[in-house]
Design a protein around this ligand. Structure first.
Ligand code: AP5
Length: 224
């Protein structure tokens, strides 16, 4: 990245749009840091912290965790030194309150959003993507039963791990609730970033590599 401020990229999109898949590819390609509030919350749930205990049932039902909890977790992570390389915000912000808090946080640091990319997809296909998803239990690399299988059966392409896991909220029923939450509370943020002049839209129904190419062009152009 050649710009003076570290890049702050936002990936917007419903469950299954490919935010995590693309964020990991951008990390590898541009040296940015993926910051997924979903991953941070799942880590808090697994660790049994007070925030994790409060978030668990909300996540299992497919709702949105309170802004208070999400912002506390995000601010902690934003204070880590590696974030100075630039971040890809994956799944954040998701509400008006989170977007306003991010604006204030960046303004305080003399930074602004480099680009907010809306990954645009069909609702029906998202249920299929989410319910077929699995990840490497060792390194977190993402796969899909039909769309992205490991090159060697049962062996992670990235770390050679052989254990895989599925998310508890990746049932068709919970995915539908997550999709509703997206349309009600997160999709309106597209207009927020459009008004700021940082919105980019990508048709995210195509192959993973094609979407990665389009995203790479946006990052290159916006960071020049
Ligand atoms: P979170 O973990 O953020 O989940 P999500 O937004 O529902 O998004 P997903 O992780 O399901 O999808 P993705 O877009 O990353 O898709 P992926 O790349 O994996 O949040 C989980 C929960 O935490 C929320 O429901 C909420 O409760 C809570 N939460 C998190 N952040 C919050 C916040 N800010 N505020 C409040 N609550 C919050 O791809 C999916 C599958 O499709 C994969 O198998 C992949 O291989 C495959 N795939 C990807 N791209 C393609 C493609 N182009 N073609 C075919 N297959 C593809």
């Amino acid at each position: 990245m050649t710009e003076t401020q570290p890049a702050v990229l936002i990936l917007l999109g419903p469950p299954g749009a490919g935010k995590g898949t693309q964020a990991r590819m951008l990390e590898d390609r541009f040296g940015l840091v993926q910051l997924s509030t979903g991953d941070l919350l799942r880590a808090a749930v697994a660790a049994g912290t007070p925030a994790g205990l409060a978030a668990k049932s909300v996540m299992e039902a497919g709702g949105l965790v309170s802004d208070e909890i999400v912002l506390a977790i995000l601010k902690d992570r934003m204070a880590d030194p590696d974030v100075a390389r630039g971040v890809i915000l994956d799944g954040f912000p998701r509400t008006d309150g989170q977007a306003a808090a991010l604006d204030a946080l960046l303004e305080g640091a003399g930074q602004k959003v480099t680009a907010a990319v809306s990954l645009e997809v069909d609702d029906a296909a998202m249920i299929e993507r989410v319910s077929g998803r699995f990840t490497c239990a060792t390194c977190g690399e993402g796969y899909h039963d039909h769309f992205k299988q490991p090159r060697r059966d049962g062996v992670c392409d990235k770390c050679d791990g052989t254990a895989f896991k599925r998310r508890a909220d990746d049932t068709a029923e919970t995915a539908r609730a997550r999709l509703s939450a997206y349309h009600a509370q997160t999709a309106p943020l597209i207009a927020h970033y459009d008004a700021k002049g940082v919105l980019e839209r990508i048709d995210a129904m195509g192959p993973i590599d094609q979407i990665a190419g389009a995203l790479g062009q946006i990052v290159g152009a916006r960071s020049a």
